[in-house]
Design a protein. Structure first.
Length: 301
């Protein structure tokens, strides 16, 4: 009798276990457990950099930097959007969001599989490029030169802040120039690009990099080292990840800067140069041959 009761109890327990397991799988398959209502990624027209996503319970927002030049704020394209697994949204790729209001905000509703909805606030932040605008040169072109090994040898010498006009007076012609950067858009890689104009100042001249004499007594043109910012007009591209700006002149010649430095309203635009010192110490231009870099110091107008 006891054995029969024990067998009945075991069968009831097993039936209860399998029944619960079946119900559990039904809930999983039907998705009633899923209440996720997140926006995972969002890419808008003319977007600069990644979206800033903030979610605290039922308070959810996305802030996106956008280049608004020539953009109709009433109809900003949604280039891509991804939401939580099995969730749905009222906005899809190719739709347009309206940011034409003082707060420059729009909204996207995300509904979970379970049926609960969350309104996401989308905040458009107009992007201002550090480069965009007109800059004037605030000092002569400066260069850093060095002869020796890593600057530690007792016999080594050099100057990291040499005024180029001290060696090539005509380099001072660039001092009254202006550089204008116009932002036109964003590449597929997320780099900014646009046009630039290197405008001659009141003297109407650009810097010359021709020395008066070398060791042979003949002039030498160092433009291959120092003409990194093209004369006149061209294209520029700013890699926001490396903070490097590249120039392309009207003939397709390219040059790239070191990472930009912007402090106290002044922009340091630095370029690395080939070190081709020939050890002729009496050479009047040997510091130019021993140059490692040169830079412009620019002030925003």
């Amino acid at each position: 009798m006891k054995q029969l009761a024990y067998s009945i109890l075991m069968l009831a327990t097993a039936f209860s276990f399998f029944s619960c397991e079946k119900d559990l799988m039904k809930e999983v398959n039907e998705g009633d457990w899923n209440m996720e209502r997140n926006i995972l990624t969002l890419q808008l027209q003319n977007q600069i950099g990644p979206s800033e996503i903030v979610r605290t319970k039922d308070d959810a927002s996305i802030t996106i930097s956008v280049n608004t030049n020539g953009l109709d704020l009433k109809a900003v394209d949604v280039n891509s959007i991804a939401v939580s697994y099995d969730a749905s949204t009222d906005v899809h790729v190719g739709d347009k969001l309206n940011f034409d209001n003082p707060e420059k905000t729009s909204s996207i509703a995300v509904r979970s599989k379970e049926g609960k909805e969350l309104q996401w606030k989308v905040i458009l932040k107009p992007f201002q490029s550090d480069l965009e605008g007109t800059w004037s040169l605030s000092q002569n072109l400066t260069y850093g030169w060095f002869v020796g090994t890593d600057g530690v040898d007792s016999w080594a010498w050099g100057n990291w802040h040499e005024d180029m006009a001290n060696v090539i007076p005509e380099a001072g012609f660039e001092t009254d120039n202006e550089l204008e950067f116009v932002l036109e858009g964003v590449t597929d890689d997320g780099n900014l690009f646009g046009t630039f104009t290197n405008k001659a100042g009141p003297d109407g001249k650009y810097a010359s990099f021709v020395t008066s004499a070398t060791e042979s007594g003949e002039p030498k043109d160092f433009a291959y080292k120092f003409r990194k910012v093209p004369v006149g007009e061209g294209m520029w591209e700013h890699n926001l990840e490396t903070n490097v700006v590249s120039f392309t002149d009207k003939d397709g010649n390219e040059s790239s800067s070191n990472p930009l430095k912007l402090e106290n309203g002044k922009l340091e635009l630095m370029f690395a140069t080939p070190w081709d010192y020939n050890w002729a110490h009496y050479n009047p231009s040997y510091t130019l041959e021993a140059c490692h870099y040169y830079y412009y110091v620019l002030s925003k107008k």
